[in-house]
Design a protein around this ligand. Structure first.
Ligand SMILES: *Cc1c(COP(=O)(O)O)cnc(C)c1O
Length: 387
């Protein structure tokens, strides 16, 4: 049996043709295909503005800067995420802190957030930005987070790297009904891909204009933004310190073509999840609690070992599955346990729910092209390993 990865992209003939079309056109980087992709995502999500960039990491960085995050400010996020959700705060020179997860949903806990905000108010240590991460494709409790944002005046940036194509309270993730901005990733393991790529979406015009500047050196060709007018047709001005975070038309064409299939991609992931639910029922495992107001994009399917009921260690189970050719993975090592964050004062024990989760979690293969046969093999192997 060939190795079954935990994730992989699905690129078909139409995707390849869309990329070839760009290679034969006049534009290779940030031209009409980027705008077409941005408009398609904005329309899909039901949001006003979209700014495509070359990764979700870049998207998080400029979203934080657009929110005004800087020196002396604080950013709070979940410890159960990829390091990029926290690093964006450090890029801006701000402090980063974490809010522990809910032990059932594995998402940032609104109860913990409320408690931490209330303590923070007394200590005059409140966040400027909070980044909820829709872990595995399941939306966080955005209504609760939104109401805390109003009370404590912080900006909400959803890290929806796992969640494009998912829904919350009957609206698409990315509609920004409960947040200021939402960030997507188009890395090949995610729901739709551009190779490398990311996007920020928002309903706020002020943030949109700032994001456009930051994506491209802080340079504008819009006279209404310039300090001097009538300088001539060659003239542009740098009015902010931006970056080169542009995405190419080649990548944007791939994303645009992939987006046409997003509902099919997510529906298939839902079916695969259903098969795991059935196939693994009755095993000494716990599963991510899925609230009824959520339609998951199922970037990941995670099982948690009930340590007390299994004779083997977590590591042993993990290694036996890898030896059987199954590319299981672990999402995530809690960010505060990374050496870089430990050097910044975080300790083991700081976020006990995320740490307990880390000792028990395993991500199973989950992707559009996972065959029924391969999935049966995964399920049967887990049953044998846990028997
Ligand atoms: C993948 C991922 C990122 C980073 O995405 P890139 O596009 O690779 O920069 C950020 N946050 C989360 C939660 C992710 O899963």
């Amino acid at each position: 049996m060939a190795f079954i990865p935990y994730a992989r992209q699905c690129v078909d003939k139409d995707d390849i043709q869309a990329v070839v079309d760009i290679l034969q056109s006049d534009w290779l980087t940030q031209g009409p295909a980027v705008e077409r992709f941005e408009q398609a995502v904005a329309e899909y999500c039901g949001v006003e503005h979209a700014v495509a960039v070359n990764s979700a990491t870049a998207a998080l960085h400029i979203a934080c800067l657009a929110a005004g995050l800087g020196d002396g400010d604080s950013l709070w996020t979940s410890p159960n995420t990829f390091v990029a959700s926290a690093n964006c705060g450090l890029y801006c020179g701000s402090k980063v802190d974490f809010v522990d997860i809910d032990p059932l949903t594995y998402n940032l806990s609104p109860k913990e957030l409320e408690q931490k905000l209330s303590n923070g108010q007394a200590a005059r240590d409140l966040p400027k930005v909070v980044i909820p991460v829709h872990f595995a494709g399941d939306s966080c409790d955005m209504a609760a987070i939104h109401s805390l944002a109003r009370q404590y005046h912080f900006t909400v940036i959803e890290d929806a790297s796992h969640a494009i194509g998912g829904r919350y309270k009957d609206k698409a993730i990315g509609c920004c009904a409960y947040s200021d901005m939402t960030v997507f990733s188009f890395h090949p393991v995610k729901i739709v891909t551009t190779g490398e790529g990311g996007m920020v979406v928002t309903n706020r015009r002020d943030l949109y204009e700032k994001l456009l500047l930051l994506r491209s050196h802080g340079v504008t060709r819009d006279e209404s933004q310039m300090t001097m007018s009538g300088q001539g047709p060659w003239y542009y001005e740098q009015i902010d310190l931006g970056f080169n975070y542009r995405i190419t038309d080649i990548q944007a064409a791939l994303g645009w073509s992939q987006l046409k299939k997003i509902d099919e991609f997510v529906a298939r992931r839902q079916t695969i999840a259903g098969h795991y639910d059935e196939g693994l029922a009755g095993m000494p495992l716990t599963f991510q609690q899925r609230r009824s107001d959520i339609y998951s994009a199922f970037h990941l399917y995670v099982i948690r070992l009930k340590s007390g009921e299994i004779k083997k260690s977590h590591r042993q189970v993990f290694e036996e599955l890898r030896q059987a050719g199954i590319g299981v993975n672990l999402h995530y090592i809690p960010v505060h346990l990374q050496p870089y964050y430990q050097q910044r004062g975080f300790c083991a024990g700081d976020f006990p729910q995320a740490e307990q989760y880390y000792r028990e979690a395993i991500s199973l293969p989950m992707y559009y092209l996972l065959s029924e046969e391969d999935q049966k093999y995964v399920i049967n192997t887990i049953r044998q390993v846990l028997a």
